[in-house]
Unconditional design. Structure first.
Length: 336
């Protein structure tokens, strides 16, 4: 059977355009792929459209809207998930506008489908005491405990995304002054983040113990599991969950539901509370736009309170009248 125009366009988009022209990460390509798997499943199962015969002419804004409603109503996806799937579809049809101008009107109708408003997500972060408690949990007398101590310290100190952490190679670590870590984030963009002295010392000991750091080990993953294979994101989450549960037994200041991304949020909040400029925090976290970093400033109510106390004189006296001494008020309350 001859491939349809949709099949050719989608194959080129996923296998050539995204990795070659956009230089996006494999995780991003996987997200696009999963979106189209769901979309094709919807077309076949709900609309009874033969996937092998599906053409670009068959795909219009009403089909896309039906797919999005199906995600929410039948699969019970959240609005944020629905928006993520729509963003993937928008990317594909923006690509088609240039590749197939004949369908421009239809593609623009799809691109006009709006995102749904979602509530501003809470910035879940840990207090400094809770963070210290978790970092103190690994048993440093064992090889695995020393690895986990180093891993958690690097995760917090660098503010790395979990995928950035597991992608680290030995060559990405520079311990000579000034010590830095090279992280490769979204869009394959690389940034260098400074390492504090305690983390530098942990990494130095870790590399020495595991015989890492020579030229022949440059491409070796920095953190491996017991099978000497690269740690996965789920592996890091498992390690963190184990020590968070252990810390929770010591003190209730450690909340439930701690993920690797909570470490990233915590680093940003701690820097902000220490008075570090948002521009530096943006660069550390690898945000493209400062508006993304501003969520931490909006989330920190304690900083807001302190700023208000400094900016305004105290107009309200703490000396409040004792209502118990007011006979008229007592009489009114009694008869109320």
């Amino acid at each position: 059977m001859k491939p349809t125009d949709f099949a050719r366009a989608l194959s080129t988009y996923l296998s050539l355009y995204l990795p070659g022209h956009r230089n996006v990460s494999p995780n991003t390509i996987d997200s696009y792929r999963d979106t189209f798997k769901l979309f094709l499943g919807y077309c076949q199962g709900e609309r009874h459209l033969a996937v092998e015969r599906l053409t670009l002419c068959d795909i219009d804004d009403q089909l896309i809207i039906g797919f999005l409603n199906w995600l929410e109503e039948e699969r019970h996806n959240a609005k944020s998930t629905r928006n993520q799937r729509l963003a993937c579809l928008h990317g594909f049809f923006r690509y088609l506008q240039v590749q197939d101008p004949a369908g421009l009107l239809s593609y623009q109708r799809i691109l006009a489908i709006p995102m749904k408003k979602t509530p501003q997500p809470l910035v879940n972060h840990l207090s400094a005491n809770a963070m210290q408690l978790i970092l103190s949990q690994p048993n440093r007398t064992t090889r695995q405990g020393r690895r986990d101590t180093t891993l958690l310290a690097v995760l917090y100190d660098s503010g790395a995304r979990v995928q950035e952490l597991v992608d680290l190679r030995v060559r990405d670590v520079r311990l000579d002054p000034p010590p830095v870590l090279s992280l490769t984030g979204k869009g394959r963009k690389t940034r260098q983040v400074p390492l504090m002295s305690p983390t530098q010392a942990l990494l130095k000991a870790y590399l020495k113990e595991n015989h890492l750091g020579s030229n022949r080990t440059d491409d070796v993953p920095l953190f491996c599991n017991r099978q000497h294979q690269k740690l996965t994101s789920k592996g890091v989450a498992y390690i963190l969950d184990k020590y968070a549960a252990s810390a929770r037994l010591v003190s209730p200041i450690v909340p439930e539901g701690i993920t690797p991304h909570v470490f990233r949020h915590s680093k940003a909040m701690h820097l902000l509370q220490a008075g570090v400029n948002l521009i530096y925090i943006r660069d550390l976290l690898g945000h493209v736009d400062i508006s993304t970093t501003e969520i931490y400033a909006r989330a920190d109510t304690e900083l807001k309170r302190q700023a208000l106390e400094k900016a305004y004189p105290n107009m309200i006296s703490p000396d409040l009248p004792e209502w118990k001494d007011d006979a008229n008020l007592l009489a009114w309350l009694t008869g109320f």
